[in-house]
Design a protein around this ligand. Structure first.
Ligand code: TRP
Length: 324
């Protein structure tokens, strides 16, 4: 039996290279040997964007176009939309009955976001319950493997705790999923913070040459390297972080930079070329995919149908266990 994989992303629009190396590349690898379910978690998008919902449909299409651009094969995996599979909300309700408030209140992501993000009001019931909905997503498909970034580990731990609690109370229905972390290097944003759309420091998949050039120009470099011959500190430089990801020969570059043998202008010029070589084929593929929205919608529709069939089987088992 093939292992079952489930993962999701919130539809926040176009994806950047951080998403690619942090998650998508792993998703693409897994589709070869596992039964994969990849979901646009649009209800999750609502927990933080409930005020303006106008972009969620469009963002879903943009995001799924990026998945396919990155190599997800819609004929091999099931691509679906969380809100098109009503079983997610049913299981969310059931799990929320057995999840102690204290488990959610002590969740690290919850505590951090409440503290960090001041420009939005997150103090609602749905936001506290975010990990319960995520547990429902995973447990509904009895997924063995969940590819996620490190930031989601606490949610996965919680998913296992909820599964255990349900199984203890009502009998063995769920299996405990394991995470699968991407081992790729972290991609920093142009300004050296984490690459994130909300920081406006991202390079998007299929970015055009003009924009790439402009963005590389603005990349943060070693502030102590002012002249070409000054010795550099490549491990504090965003440009070098990109070499580490995109260029097999990065070790030589590190030495040359440290020895003051190469200047930042040349370094930026060369990384622009490397990035452009990576992006150009993606840009062409993406344009083609996004031009046929009806076709994309069809993949999502079909995928959501198939997801429903699996989800409904689990719901029947759950209702039976609950004696409903
Ligand atoms: N919470 C995840 C994120 O923000 C997205 C997500 C929703 C997810 N449901 C999921 C990931 C289920 C893995 C499995 O990245």
């Amino acid at each position: 039996m093939k292992k079952r994989v489930l993962s999701g992303m919130r539809p926040t629009g176009r994806l950047h290279v951080g998403h690619y190396f942090g998650a998508l590349k792993k998703w693409v690898e897994l589709q070869e040997e596992c039964d994969c379910y990849y979901m646009s978690s649009d209800w999750h998008a609502l927990t933080t964007n409930y005020v303006d919902t106008s972009k969620i449909n469009e963002n879903t299409l943009e995001m799924i176009a990026d998945w396919i651009t990155a190599g997800i094969n819609p004929h091999k995996v099931i691509i679906f939309r969380q809100s098109k599979v009503p079983q997610h909300t049913e299981l969310f309700l059931i799990l929320s009955m057995i999840t102690p408030l204290s488990w959610l209140q002590r969740c690290s992501t919850y505590k951090e976001q409440i503290k960090e993000i001041k420009n939005k009001d997150f103090n609602n019931y749905g936001f506290l319950g975010y990990p319960v909905l995520m547990a429902a997503d995973i447990l509904l498909y009895k997924a063995n493997i969940v590819p996620v970034g490190c930031d989601q580990l606490s949610h996965l731990e919680l998913t296992r705790e909820i599964a255990r609690r349900f199984n203890n109370l009502y009998g063995n229905v769920f299996i405990e999923p394991k995470e699968e972390l991407s081992k790729e290097a972290k991609v920093p944003g142009l300004d050296r913070r984490k690459m994130s759309k909300s920081y406006d420091n991202s390079i998007f998949l299929g970015e055009s040459d003009d924009i790439l050039r402009e963005k590389v120009k603005n990349m943060f470099t070693d502030p102590l390297k002012i002249r070409k011959n000054d010795p550099g500190h490549p491990d504090d430089c965003v440009v070098f972080a990109f070499y580490k990801i995109f260029d097999k020969d990065y070790i030589n570059r590190r030495e040359n930079c440290k020895a003051g043998l190469i200047g930042c202008i040349m370094c930026k010029k060369q990384i622009t070329e490397i990035l452009s070589e990576f992006m150009n084929p993606l840009a062409i593929k993406r344009k083609d995919i996004i031009s046929d929205k009806a076709h994309l919608e069809k993949f999502i529709e079909n995928g959501s149908q198939k997801a429903q069939e699996i989800a409904q089987k689990t719901i029947l088992e759950i209702r039976y266990a609950l004696k409903f």
